[in-house]
Ligand binder design. Structure first.
Ligand code: ATP
Ligand code: LTN
Length: 333
């Protein structure tokens, strides 16, 4: 029987060059991207303008942008199949952000949980850029007429706002933007911190709270060994009462390609220490190829420059087409 070919859809997603990519970024976002690029029209961005909405070190930013690019490549994003580019290389992102700001109610931005969390974290030092962050993200998504946005759970609210902004724009000025939708993994969309398993694993927390995609065997052993577990000794999945071991079971399951049920059976009657040792070994084995590939890309910095230059050219062509429509429909000369 002839299998029906699925229609290719426009996919857009991005990561901030705000620190070292961790397994949460990989399991929640990048892993989906790699699968999606086979049959779809994918655009993946390094969102440097988002990364500067909180205090940052200018001397390190350029390096981090290159590192995130090397990470995309090492993880398996193929520049022949997907467009890879840096947000600030395409000025249309700033232009569309301004225009979308004019139709975005302040109240919508005030309810964003990421804004509330980051405002608390950086208390007293809150920029208008941090407040407008979701509008820039909406511009990223809408410029490329995106249908699907593969992200982790924490970004769902922002993608829903982008959809609402597009809906409002289309109603006011005429059909211009595709309405985007978030695509979120059923398992792995929110990997928790190793130290505080009720908080999400994050690039901007201390290194011991996360496993970096390029961590060494020693670092992995140490971090998994000291990851917070819960009282009791059963290895069972219960995120409410046993958030620590449940998080480790989720990570194990996704890297081993085994169900959580199978792991619970396999580890029935065994202790946390054995489980943690095996998980560390698994991560060392599964993450080793990423380290090797990243080192290869780092030896060849011209390749990163070339990928970003070609990516920007392809991205610009799409962004300019959308902006011509937007300017015309909004009555700009
Ligand atoms: P920061 O701490 O600087 O805000 P971050 O670790 O949250 O960084 P982002 O650049 O904001 O990383 O996110 C990149 C992608 O990774 C997004 O799709 C986001 O939803 C996803 N992601 C981030 N943290 C996790 C996590 N702990 N589990 C699953 N997905 C995650
Ligand atoms: N805010 C996102 C990063 C991001 C993004 C986007 C994700 C910026 N623009 C567009 C998807 C689509 C985050 O992960 N913190």
């Amino acid at each position: 029987m002839k299998s029906e070919k699925l229609k290719s859809v426009r996919i857009f997603s991005g990561i901030q060059p705000s620190g070292d990519i961790h397994i949460g970024n990989y399991l929640g976002a990048i892993k989906q991207w790699i699968a999606l690029q086979e049959k779809n029209d994918c655009v993946f961005c390094i969102v440097d303008w988002h990364a500067i909405t909180v205090p940052y070190e200018p001397k390190l930013l350029r390096q981090k942008i290159k590192e995130v690019t090397a990470t995309y490549l090492a993880a398996g994003i193929n520049p022949k199949k997907s467009v890879i580019f840096v947000q600030s290389h395409i000025k249309e992102h700033a232009e569309l952000t301004w225009l979308l700001n004019t139709i975005t109610p302040i109240g919508d931005l005030q309810r964003m949980t990421q804004f509330k969390d980051k405002s608390k974290k950086y208390g007293g030092n809150i920029s208008a850029g941090l407040f407008n962050y979701p509008v820039l993200m909406a511009a990223d998504i809408l410029l490329y007429q995106t249908e699907l946005v593969p992200v982790g759970q924490d970004q769902k609210q922002h993608v829903e706002l982008a959809r609402e902004i597009a809906r409002r724009f289309n109603a006011k000025f005429g059909d211009t933007f595709t309405l985007p939708q978030a695509q979120i993994m059923k398992i792995g969309a929110k990997i928790m911190s190793l130290a505080e398993p009720t908080k999400k694993m994050s690039k901007s927390d201390k290194p011991e709270t996360r496993i970096g995609l390029f961590d060494t065997a020693e670092q992995i052993k140490k971090k998994i060994g000291s990851a917070t577990t819960d009282s009791g000794k059963e290895i069972e999945y219960n995120p409410e009462q046993k958030p620590g071991i449940s998080n480790l079971l989720t990570i194990y399951s996704l890297f081993a390609n085994k169900t959580i049920k199978d792991l619970e059976n396999e580890y029935a009657g065994k202790n946390y220490q054995t489980f943690k040792q095996n998980l560390a070994e698994l991560l060392i084995e599964k993450l080793a190829p990423f380290r090797t590939k990243k080192a290869e890309f780092e030896e060849n910095p011209e390749q990163i420059g070339k990928v970003l230059k070609e990516g920007a050219e392809k991205a610009r062509a799409i962004a300019q087409t959308t902006m011509e429509k937007v300017r015309a429909t909004m009555g700009l000369l």
